[in-house]
Design a protein around this ligand. Structure first.
Ligand code: HEC
Ligand code: HEC
Ligand code: HEC
Ligand code: HEC
Ligand code: HEC
Ligand code: HEC
Ligand code: HEC
Ligand code: HEC
Ligand code: HEC
Ligand code: HEC
Length: 373
């Protein structure tokens, strides 16, 4: 009687129209749920009902989902007074709720990004709602995963809830979160099993198993939302700097080499850290399985230097002119060059001082009128 009129307005001037056709097509409409099943404080015997009604309690019928949601980041923020943190209707809608498998559902795999990005898709919104990370939706959208969601790989590509969960979304600081530092390799490994397996057997992965959370996990090198295809020059050159955040001395010595200087200019078709050490199965040189062990080193160089003779691998990619024990020849050669440089500057420096002195004396002599020539 009242809500079918699409211009119907309530006491506060807000629309109270309900699209009957849309509701009929919703999962609840199809099941012939009555308005009063959800708006339980309205009784058909007492119409008109009061202006103020209680919010709909989904828990009457969905206690499992409600339990999962309670205790998560959005539910806790709501309890703390946030009006912006996602509740049932922010993600599912109200009268237009569809099963997730329906292509038009707000929670369909293809539409989750848009549903979460209503709030997590702009810096302004993120600032208002104190949402960490800012515009993560935008970063995700431009990532390899975001792009895959638009193509043929959509079914297998991850969207927000594949990494975060649907109801059990928790902040990364919570050990129970799928995005907690300790759990990220498992979360990504659900789809990237070969990389995960290599990683857990490498030095970094082993450190993680020993509880050293400072060792890098997938997102340290790849980021979480801005993940790029690994062959892009941007990723290749940036990941070198990322290795350097923890291995500063090795980055510095690498930059002294031809490989390091060329990659610093942005060219990626050159030996990067990962070309020699591997990306995931990174091992100490003393381990025979390492790509840079005595046994494997030449083969590693030969990938790009085909036909390189055995002596080639004696080239030290981390030669350090400050480290006398590691490279005595390089150390003394560098010291000699420094001395030579100093000597040359010192000699010509003194020479120039005397030269000016002589010039000045001659000029002064001229000024006194005692010119001889
Ligand atoms: C599946 C549960 C459900 C059913 C069934 C349902 N509603 Fe609602 N309705 C909601 C929710 C959720 C809201 C949002 C406000 C809130 O949380 O209480 C809402 C809001 C409303 C509003 C306020 C305006 C708006 O759209 O936000 C009106 C009016 C309304 N419903 C009328 C109806 C009528 C009429 C029917 C029957 C045709 C109906 N509802 C059936 C869940 C339901
Ligand atoms: C942050 C977004 C979000 C919030 C908040 C949310 N849901 Fe969901 N919900 C989802 C997504 C996404 C799915 C689909 C999961 C899938 O397809 O694996 C889903 C699935 C469901 C399902 C069907 C699957 C199942 O577990 O039976 C129900 C029912 C449901 N939600 C009810 C609720 C209720 C009730 C609330 C409020 C307590 C709620 N949801 C809050 C995102 C959300
Ligand atoms: C009066 C009971 C009732 C209320 C209240 C109710 N629902 Fe439902 N809902 C159902 C029934 C019954 C189904 C069909 C369940 C099924 O077939 O598995 C359903 C289905 C759903 C589904 C699809 C589940 C799936 O398997 O894909 C979602 C999502 C959902 N409801 C969300 C909500 C939300 C959000 C609210 C609160 C705004 C709500 N419901 C309130 C009874 C209710
Ligand atoms: C491939 C997995 C993955 C996908 C897809 C993903 N996230 Fe994340 N997200 C993470 C990880 C891992 C973290 C933890 C942050 C870190 O380790 O840098 C995170 C952190 C966050 C944070 C907290 C930001 C911070 O810096 O603390 C928010 C908010 C967030 N994600 C929302 C989203 C939204 C919204 C989407 C979809 C548009 C999404 N995420 C898609 C893995 C993912
Ligand atoms: C209606 C707005 C809204 C929607 C929709 C929404 N969120 Fe949020 N989200 C928030 C707010 C607000 C916070 C900050 C809560 C707080 O105060 O801690 C938050 C916090 C988070 C965090 C915790 C970040 C951290 O590390 O503390 C994650 C992760 C997250 N949301 C993921 C999602 C995902 C995934 C979806 C979609 C399935 C989603 N959100 C949908 C508003 C929303
Ligand atoms: C639900 C499955 C799924 C999850 C979870 C997932 N990915 Fe992916 N990822 C994919 C798919 C599918 C592609 C391929 C996209 C393409 O090639 O078009 C991809 C592509 C990638 C690529 C680019 C591969 C290349 O060819 O260079 C990287 C890197 C990557 N993912 C890292 C991660 C990281 C890190 C995480 C965890 C934070 C993660 N993925 C979580 C499915 C997933
Ligand atoms: C220490 C840094 C680092 C860590 C940690 C790391 N990666 Fe990588 N990953 C790389 C580099 C570098 C490449 C590119 C290798 C190359 O160019 O051959 C790469 C490549 C990839 C690719 C593309 C592989 C291909 O050949 O198509 C995927 C997928 C991937 N990583 C996923 C992961 C996952 C999942 C994890 C966590 C289990 C992870 N990475 C941990 C640095 C890392
Ligand atoms: C977040 C910090 C971090 C990042 C990023 C990182 N590593 Fe490591 N890496 C470590 C730690 C810690 C160890 C263990 C060092 C030790 O035990 O002396 C280690 C060990 C190694 C080792 C074995 C050498 C040894 O001393 O045992 C190699 C080789 C290595 N990393 C190469 C790389 C490469 C290549 C990258 C980039 C693709 C990288 N690392 C990125 C922290 C990092
Ligand atoms: C051209 C190949 C090559 C490149 C490029 C390269 N390395 Fe190395 N790296 C080696 C070799 C060979 C060794 C073993 C040297 C030795 O005998 O100590 C080594 C040793 C190391 C070690 C010590 C391993 C151990 O077991 O003690 C670390 C850590 C390391 N490199 C990190 C890096 C990082 C970080 C980068 C990039 C900034 C990088 N490397 C670039 C070939 C390379
Ligand atoms: C990913 C490919 C790649 C790998 C692996 C690689 N290099 Fe290189 N390297 C290059 C390219 C490209 C150049 C520049 C072109 C050239 O001179 O052949 C270069 C140049 C050099 C140069 C300078 C040559 C000159 O002409 O001045 C030396 C020395 C060198 N590499 C040593 C090594 C050693 C030793 C290894 C193994 C530990 C190695 N490289 C592994 C790609 C690679």
């Amino acid at each position: 009687m009242c809500h079918a009129d699409k211009d119907a307005k309530g006491a506060a001037g807000k629309s109270i129209a309900v699209d009957a056709a849309k509701f009929a097509k919703s999962v609840h409409g199809e099941l012939n749920l009555q308005c009063t099943d959800c708006h339980a404080d309205v009784s058909v015997d007492k119409i008109p009902h009061p202006d103020k009604l209680k919010p709909v309690n989904c828990a009457t019928c969905h206690d499992k989902a409600v339990k999962e949601y309670a205790g998560t980041v959005h539910a806790i923020a709501r309890k703390g007074g946030s009006t912006l943190a996602a509740n049932c209707t922010d993600c599912h809608g109200t009268h237009d709720i569809l099963r997730s498998k329906e292509p038009a559902s707000h929670t369909n795999h293809a539409n989750i990004e848009a549903t979460c990005s209503k709030c997590h898709g702009s810096d302004a919104m993120a600032a208002t709602g104190k949402m960490p990370g800012g515009n993560v939706g935008g970063k995700f959208h431009d990532s390899i995963h975001g792009k895959a969601m638009k193509g043929a790989a959509q079914g297998s590509a991850p969207t927000c809830n594949n990494c975060h969960g649907s109801h059990n979304i928790r902040p990364k600081s919570d050990p129970a979160s799928r995005t907690n530092r300790a759990r990220v390799p498992e979360t990504c490994g659900a789809c990237h099993k070969p990389e995960r397996d290599e990683y857990v057997n490498g030095m970094h992965g082993k450190l993680r198993q020993d509880g050293v959370l400072a060792a890098p996990g997938c997102t340290d090198c790849h980021s979480a939302h801005g993940i790029q295809q690994h062959e892009t020059p941007k990723f290749q050159t940036e990941v070198i700097k990322e290795c350097g955040t923890c291995h500063a001395d090795y980055l510095a010595t690498y930059r002294d080499t031809f490989h390091g200087q060329v990659t610093a200019l942005g060219y990626s078709r050159m030996a990067t850290c990962a070309s020699c050490h591997g990306a995931h199965a990174v091992l100490p040189a003393s381990n025979p399985a390492s790509k840079v062990s005595k046994q494997n080193r030449l083969a590693t160089c030969q990938v790009c230097h085909p036909g390189a003779p055995p002596g080639f691998a004696s080239f030290d990619p981390h030669a350090n002119k400050h480290d006398r024990a590691r490279d005595p020849i390089y150390y003394f050669a560098a010291k000699f060059m420094e001395l030579l440089l100093f000597g040359v500057f010192a000699f010509f420096g003194i020479h120039t001082v005397f030269w000016f002195y002589r010039e000045a004396r001659e000029k002064l002599g001229r000024g006194n009128g005692k010119e001889k020539h």
